[in-house]
Write a protein that binds this ligand. Sequence first.
Ligand code: AMP
Ligand code: ZN
Length: 666
Amino acid sequence: MDIASKITSLREELTQHNYNYYVLDQPEISDYEFDIKLKELQELEAKHPEFYDANSPTIRVGGMVTKNFETVTHEHRMYSLDNSYSIEDLEDWEKRLQRILGDVEVNYVCELKYDGASMSLTYESGILARAVTRGDGFQGDDVTNNVKTIRSVPLKLKGDFPEKFDIRGEIVLSLEGFAKMNQERIEAGEDPYMNPRNTASGSLKLQDSAEVAKRPLECLLYNITGNNLAIESQHEGLLKAKEWGFKVPEVARLCKTTAEVMDFVNYWEEHRHDLPYEIDGVVVKVNSFRQQEELGYTAKAPRWAMAYKFKSEQASTTLERISYQVGRTGAITPVANLKPVLLAGTIVKRASLHNADQIAKLDIRVGDTVFVEKGGEIIPKIIAVDFTKRSVNAAPVKYLEHCPECETELIRKEGEAQHYCPNQYGCPPQITGRIQHFISRKAMDIEGLGGETVELLHKEKLIENYADLYILKKEDIIPLERMAEKSAENLVKGVEKSKEIPFERVLYALGIRFVGETVAKKLAKEYKSIDALKQASVEELVSVDEIGVKIAESVVDFFQNEKNIEIVDRLRKYGVQLEILADKLENITEKFKGITFVVSGVFEKFSRNELKKLIEDNSGKVASSISSKTSYVVAGDKMGPSKKAKAEKLDVPIISEDEFLKMLHE
Ligand code: AMP
Ligand code: ZN
């Protein structure tokens, strides 16, 4: 096969797999196989820039930087929706429709009202030409580069589509994807995002599309607009859109009466939490496009559509007691114990109170009647106190002063909201929590050992810290409750095997506060061994990209503790990897230390990502946009003219791929 056909066939294949996975939710090959094919395509495209295609599946990984999002006028205005809250409201609406349409049959399409960021996509000849935010309805921001990374947005359409049209929909984050993003943020010591909706719309305005590509955004499409579309109704439009390759709402129903509409509303009001996304109501649309046209628009919304907003989901109940939990880092979390109450289909007994400030802010007292609400998070939150029901005897909360597990006096650092139990080495949940973190899948991944066994081993005084795992013997374990010869053997084997885990994951496993997976990787790459990291000062650490003061201080703190040094020395003795292995180091030098590169365009010998890796492996820095801090721009084919102008203006030398390689091998 010649190169051109090979590239075309890989593109088609990958597009189909993308579709299977992200639109149909029915993958046919493994992620691994997909990555191999994608890599093959990336390499071919890098070697053969003459076959460049702005809609190749390789574009999904991002890498385009948008400094200023251009304002674009919508060819067809993006309207708002009128709201209704009851069956009476809907019946009034129906009467208004009949006043205009006369006494004819009206059918409705009911859809879910997704809570995300509205989006308008323009397709020309079946190619995604532009993606624009709603803005004020007349004009929005061009976020095409970012939207192209969203896997469920087709870059090229299938079948028989109109020559030119806009399709509108909603960019959403699933609750699961949102929770995962927050988990990673918390591990990296960052504050979690508030809710999926704001996070989705914020993501669209990120400058680096590679960052957008990392977020699990999805796009659900439900409205086609344009001229001469050859579509007669909303329902037909949804079916057609699906045929062309769009992800359309799974749940849409054609209804003949407002009573049927109410059935749909009631059903989803009750089942909204079974859905993967947040919804805040239902949208009812007149099905026939001819009728829609006749009905037209008010100053701000179509007359042919109506949002039905769900009641916000609140319940009131009594705060019976406040209890306190101790986490693996010693952080104390107050928990509201509530009189059980039914909220959005589940019985709620507990709600997080976050910290002492939150308790003070709510002015919450034991015995109070409180309002709880189910937000984006799984754990409900207390939003307010019903002061009219407060008993005269209710006393302000006296925050806990001693650890509920070990009695140690709690501390609270300047500027931090959380109280801590400082008894790191004597407080049982902290001891077992650290070991549980150490053995977890993303850390040392010790098979044959689970959280409960850790607690048991600790209770039996067999382990006090994670280094002790490495001296466990089969004979010590067998006598324990629920332990048999085989399970004891597996445990010891699992521990032994963890000695193969590379340094970056060991570093994460140590459980240094604020050192999550990504930070651990960064530090491992920068310092290459635990001994080098141990020597680093706060000032040095913060000079590493993405390492802030909070993380730096935490790392220095960790190594100032004798006990930690002792444990780390023991890990070394047992053979745990505390540095990057020599064969991995071979290609790593400090050649580019202090040099910042911007890589732009399409290259012959390497892909852009490979070039970036070469720079980083040799201690250089890769920046995404040109500034006065840039040392060199490595330019390939098709480097953007604005980039070129900028480099020239700032006097940043532009070098070719070959010149770069010469620098590297000098
Ligand atoms: P509002 O922002 O309350 O005026 O509601 C209008 C917004 O609802 C639109 O801009 C859309 O982004 C959003 N929306 C969510 N789901 C739908 C849907 N199925 N049909 C139409 N609009 C929807
Ligand atoms: Zn304690």
